[in-house]
Design a protein around this ligand. Structure first.
Ligand code: LLP
Length: 418
């Protein structure tokens, strides 16, 4: 459920008409509903309310500081994977004690930054990383709270680019080596092993792989406790799938009800790192039709947004629902490719999609763009990045302005001798 709906054929975001916003801010732009964002966060948080837990928003899904601030206000923590994401989370007011730091290539600078800020836990992905964290913690005269990211080796039915829980994957430490690594960690003076972490992939539409991996993780937690290692946190990662078009996505309660019985006996606090499930359907990308044209057997709708603004269709062949912001009663449908202006054939939003016929100047909404939308955008083809607009009820706020041409060259310099 979300707050983008049609009333008399006109698309609204909460109480505001999308095309009216488009006239004002010009296209393309991202549009977020605050109501959807907070409702989705609460749905996850409430689903786990019967056990001690912390819902950390996965900052990579949507890194805008206003979005992070709203979620922090709801009690969210943050799952970060870089110094930049840590900076954003802290800037937005996320409590450092609610921040977990994952990622298999943390640099010494990033580790030091996070230790100085006093984050809740590092999710460590290799034995060399453990050693480095230990070294830096000792230098700073602190103990680093760590969990090992364990690779449970489960098969997940999702796009191969976002599956992370199989033994071939670059992520985590194999389950078979985890005990030995924990024993080493427990003896190192700069480390305090306090948790176990997993993340098996993204856009997972089935509770079963979670059930299988959490069972494996729970056995590990029990063994660690027997060994005297005081595991207080089980971080189950994120990856909860959502509806883009007609997928049958489990609800937060479905995921929670499957996992809570396995997690409860562990007597640990559970960390949930949700990104897409919170932000995905809280945002759309609004674009304008520039031209329509025909070529061969194809009809093309050329829009002013492109793959640099929303990469998912080109990168993962992801299917996002697209619909005009104003529906014309009785407009015939036609099979079209919706394409952007970038000089790449992979710059498309839809291929052979049946859509109502549209004319230049009309606005199209590309749905489910609130997660991995703006955060994966770039300046390719020297296209300024688009604004982000947040709607709450009848109010709209610019939470990121459109970039200018000057922004594009900022930081670049022409050497004097050239
Ligand atoms: N925790 C870790 C360690 C992760 O690597 C991720 C996502 C998450 C949590 C959040 O996953 P979520 O709940 O959002 O599924 N760019 C891709 C998705 C990549 C996900 C990477 N890791 C896409 O557009 O589909």
């Amino acid at each position: 459920m979300n707050d983008f709906d049609y009333r008399n054929g006109r698309l609204y975001c909460e109480e505001l008409r999308v095309s009216a916003i488009a006239e004002k801010v010009e296209t393309p732009f991202y549009l977020y509903s605050m109501n959807t964002l907070t409702r989705h966060f609460r749905a996850i948080d409430d689903a786990f309310s019967s056990i001690p837990h912390l819902t950390c928003f996965s900052v990579k899904a949507n890194s805008n500081v206003a979005i992070l601030k709203i979620l922090a206000g709801e009690g969210a923590g943050a799952d970060v994977v870089s110094g930049g994401e840590l900076f954003r989370a802290l800037k937005a007011g996320v409590d450092p004690k609610k921040i977990v730091f994952t990622g298999l290539g943390k640099t010494a600078d990033e580790i030091e930054y996070a230790l100085k800020e006093g984050i809740l836990m590092f999710n460590v992905e290799s034995s060399q990383e453990l050693m480095l964290i230990n070294e830096i913690a000792q230098k700073l005269k602190v103990k680093a709270p760590v969990a090992l990211r364990v690779n449970p080796d489960v098969e997940v039915d999702t796009h191969p680019g976002v599956a992370t829980g199989s033994k071939e994957s670059k992520f985590g430490i194999p389950l078979s080596q985890a005990m030995a690594e924990y024993e080493v960690a427990a003896k190192l003076p700069g480390l305090e092993p306090i948790g176990v972490h997993q993340h098996i992939g993204s856009q997972i539409l089935d509770t079963k792989p979670f059930e299988a991996s959490i069972k494996k993780i729970s056995n590990l937690v029990k063994s660690l406790k027997l060994l005297g290692i005081d595991v207080r946190y089980v971080d189950i990662g994120g990856g909860f799938g959502i509806q883009y078009t007609d997928e049958d996505a489990p609800s937060p309660k479905d995921f929670a009800n499957t996992l809570i019985p396995i997690l409860t006996p562990l007597e640990c606090s559970v960390i949930i790192e949700a990104g897409r499930m919170i932000a995905g359907n809280a945002g759309i990308l609004v674009t304008r039709v520039l031209y329509t044209k025909e070529g061969g057997d194809k009809k093309f709708i050329v829009v002013d947004a492109a793959m640099n603004d929303l990469l998912r269709p080109s990168f993962y062949q992801a299917v996002h629902k697209i619909s005009p912001a104003e529906l014309n009663d009785g407009a015939p449908t036609e099979k079209v490719d919706v394409v952007g202006p970038i000089c790449e054939s992979s710059d498309f939003f839809a291929i052979d999609r049946e859509l109502p016929a549209v004319k230049p100047g009309e606005f199209l909404a590309i749905f489910t763009a609130g997660a991995y939308g703006f955060s994966m955008s770039s300046n390719y083809n020297s296209r300024p990045r688009v604004p982000e607009i947040l709607v709450s009820g009848r109010k709209a706020f610019v939470i990121r302005r459109r970039e200018t041409y000057e922004d594009l060259a900022r930081g670049e310099g022409i050497p004097k001798d050239l």
